[in-house]
Design a protein around this ligand. Structure first.
Ligand code: FES
Length: 115
């Protein structure tokens, strides 16, 4: 079961450790389940309010799925992804560290989610 650590500089005393129970849960769904105050609005990958930074806790290669076209567009609009980043992600076969919590599905890896 993947361990997801939610952390925010605004809530330093409220680091939340969550365990994803299935491979269909998004970070946002897990955050809601554990009452993590992660900003969100549309829940459909369009507003960008649920922007999070995701890193691997155990420093293994990241797995967590790849960006959808919609997610990629929003991350570019938010200035979190450049053309070079998009090219590098494709070449290195690695996901972006910036993600939309409503779009990223938790895989079988331990991750830190900064919101
Ligand atoms: Fe709008 Fe995730 S809640 S993009």
């Amino acid at each position: 079961m993947p361990l997801v650590t939610f952390s925010s500089p605004d809530y330093k005393d409220k680091t939340v450790y969550a365990v994803a129970g299935s491979h269909t849960e998004t970070i946002l769904k897990l955050a809601k389940e554990y009452k993590v105050p992660l900003h969100h609005d549309c829940q459909d990958g369009e507003c960008g309010n649920c922007l999070v930074r995701v890193t691997s806790v155990d420093r293994k290669g990241r797995m967590s799925g790849f960006l959808t076209d919609k997610e990629r567009s929003v991350l570019v609009e938010l200035g979190k992804l450049t053309k070079d980043d998009i090219d590098r992600i494709a070449v290195d076969d690695m996901p972006s560290e910036w993600r939309l919590a409503c779009q990223m599905i938790v895989r079988d890896e331990d991750i830190l989610v900064e919101y």
